[in-house]
Design a protein around this ligand. Structure first.
Ligand SMILES: Cc1cc2nc3c(=O)[nH]c(=O)nc-3n(C[C@H](O)[C@H](O)[C@H](O)COP(=O)(O)OP(=O)(O)OC[C@H]3O[C@@H](n4cnc5c(N)ncnc54)[C@H](O)[C@@H]3O)c2cc1C
Length: 410
C-alpha cells in the first residue's frame, strides 16, 4: 500500500463534481479559495435523471454565468408542463412570465450538462479537478471534519488524504458522509423507483415536459431534440418486478405496452444507457457538521416528480455561498457557524419541498391524481399559479386551503 500522506494546501475539498459540486466550485472560485474537486467518475458520464431544469434552476445557472454556454451546447427550452391522467384528460400550463423571472426550463442530457459544468470548473486556476478518484473515508477529529481520503478508482492501493478547513459533501444520494459522520438518513415510507432512458423517434413532442399518469406511477417525458426525449419512469416498488432481466428491453416493453404512449414510441430507437435507481426519497439530519456541509442530493431528496432536483442543488449552492464566506472571514468552521446553512437552505427550498410533498400526496391514490389533473385542465389559472412555484413567481403559502381542496375534489 502506497500512502501519499495528507495534502493540506486546499481551502475547500469538494466530494462529487456533478451539478452541486461543480457549481459550488464555480461559485467559490472567484473569491480566490484553493479548491479541490473530486469525483470517482471520469467525465463525460451518464447519470439517471429526467433532465428537465426548472426556471429557477435556469436562473441560478445564469447567475453563475453558465447559461450562454449551456444554450450554445444545444440545451432545449421548454415553456411549461403538460399532465395527462388515466382518463386521457390533458392539463397544460406555461411558466408565468413575470418581470425578472425566467419563464422557460431547459432539457439537456446529463452526459453533456455535467461535463460542461466540470469543464467550466477546470478553467479556474484555483480549482484542481481529480476525476476517477473514489473517496472512501472522512477524516475526523471527534465530530470535526478535517478532510477526506480515498484512492484512484483503478489503483486501490494508492491511498491519498486531503485536508482543508471546509469539506463539502456533494456526492449524491449515497453520500459517504451520512454513515461516517453519524447523520440520520431516513427513507420515506413510500418507496419509489426511477428507470430512465433516451428515445429517438418519439412522436407528438412539443415545447413542454409531459407527465403521463400510469397505473403504477408516472412517465416523465423531456424533449431534448425535435423527436428525441429523455423518458423517466417513476414507479412504485411493486412495479419494479416488471424489470427483471435485460433492463433496456424491459424498459422499452414497458413503454410500448402503455396505451396512450405506445403509439408514440412504436418506431422509436432506444439510445444507451438505461438506468434503474431507488428507493428515491429520503431526508438527512443535520446537513452539516463542524468543518462540513452537504449540498444537493447528499443533503436529502424527496422525489423527481416535480423535476426540481437540479434546481434544489443549485439553490443549496446559493444558500451556502454567503455562509462559507462568513466562515472563512471569521476562520470559524464550527457547527454553530455552518448550522446557519441549514436554516438558509430550508428558507430557499421550502416552497419546492412543500410543492413536491403536495404532488406526492396527490399522486398516491390514482383517483385523486386523476381528479387533480382534471381540475387543472379546467382551471389553467390555478395550474399556472402552481407553475409559478417552479418559476419563483409564487410561494406555496399563496395557495389557499380552498385551492388545495379544489385539487382533491376535482
Ligand atoms: C429517476 C430520476 C429522475 C430525475 N429527474 C429530474 C429532473 O427531471 N429534473 C431535475 O432537476 N432533477 C431530476 N432528478 C434529480 C437529479 O438527478 C438530482 O437531484 C441531481 O443530479 C443532484 O445533483 P448532485 O450534484 O447533488 O448529485 P449527483 O448528480 O448524484 O452527483 C454526485 C456525484 O458524486 C460522485 N460521487 C459519489 N460518491 C463518490 C465518492 N465516494 N467519491 C467520489 N465521488 C463520488 C458521483 O460520481 C457523482 O458525479 C431526477 C432523479 C432521478 C433519480
Amino acid at each position: 500500500m502506497i500512502n501519499k500522506g495528507a495534502h493540506e494546501n486546499y481551502d475547500v475539498v469538494i466530494v462529487g463534481a456533478s451539478v452541486a459540486g461543480a457549481c459550488a466550485a464555480i461559485a467559490l472560485a472567484p473569491i480566490g479559495y484553493r479548491i479541490l474537486l473530486l469525483d470517482r467518475a471520469v467525465f463525460p458520464r451518464d447519470k439517471p435523471c429526467g433532465e428537465g431544469i426548472m426556471p429557477q434552476g435556469v436562473d441560478a445557472l445564469d447567475q453563475l454565468g453558465l447559461l450562454p454556454r449551456i444554450l450554445a451546447k444545444g440545451a432545449v427550452k421548454f415553456r411549461g408542463i403538460r399532465y395527462r391522467n388515466l382518463h386521457g384528460d390533458w392539463a397544460q400550463a406555461d411558466f408565468p412570465s413575470a418581470a425578472g423571472a425566467t419563464a422557460f426550463g431547459l432539457v439537456m442530457r446529463r452526459l453533456e450538462l455535467d461535463h460542461l459544468l466540470l469543464t467550466q470548473a477546470r478553467g479556474f486556476p484555483n480549482i484542481t479537478v481529480r476525476e476517477g478518484f473514489r473517496v472512501t473515508d472522512v477524516i475526523q477529529d471527534g465530530t470535526v471534519v478535517q478532510g477526506v481520503s480515498g484512492h484512484p478508482v483503478d489503483r486501490p492501493d494508492e491511498k491519498e488524504s486531503f485536508q482543508a478547513p471546509l469539506t463539502i459533501g456533494a456526492d449524491g444520494a449515497h453520500s459517504i458522509f451520512h454513515g461516517q459522520c453519524g447523520l440520520t438518513r431516513t427513507y420515506l415510507q413510500r418507496k419509489r423507483f426511477g428507470v430512465t432512458g433516451h428515445l429517438e423517434g418519439v412522436s407528438g413532442l412539443g415545447p413542454y415536459v409531459e407527465v403521463l399518469l400510469h397505473p403504477q406511477g408516472e412517465i416523465y417525458v423531456a424533449p431534448s431534440a425535435p423527436a428525441t426525449a429523455c423518458v423517466a419512469l417513476l414507479l412504485e416498488k411493486k412495479a419494479m418486478a416488471f424489470f427483471k432481466g435485460d433492463l433496456a428491453q424491459c424498459y422499452l416493453r414497458f413503454l410500448q405496452s402503455f396505451e396512450g404512449f405506445r403509439e408514440r414510441v412504436v418506431e422509436s430507437k432506444l439510445l444507451p444507457a438505461v438506468f434503474a435507481v431507488g428507493p428515491l426519497g429520503f431526508t438527512v439530519e443535520p446537513c452539516y457538521r463542524s468543518g462540513m456541509i452537504l449540498l444537493g442530493d447528499s443533503g436529502g431528496f424527496l422525489d423527481p416528480l416535480t423535476g426540481l432536483g437540479i434546481t434544489l442543488a443549485l439553490k443549496n449552492v446559493q444558500a451556502a455561498l454567503p455562509i462559507i464566506q462568513k466562515a472563512f472571514a471569521a476562520r470559524d468552521f464550527s457547527a454553530q457557524m455552518l448550522g446557519a446553512y441549514a436554516v438558509d437552505r430550508f428558507r430557499l427550498v421550502e416552497d419546492f419541498l412543500l410543492f413536491t410533498r403536495l404532488l406526492l400526496n396527490l399522486s398516491r391514490p390514482r383517483f385523486l391524481a386523476n381528479r387533480a389533473i382534471r381540475k387543472l385542465s379546467h382551471d389553467p389559472c390555478l395550474f399556472q399559479k402552481l407553475m409559478g412555484i417552479a418559476a419563483g413567481t409564487n410561494h406555496y403559502r399563496d395557495f389557499s386551503v380552498r385551492e388545495k381542496l379544489s385539487l382533491l375534489i376535482g
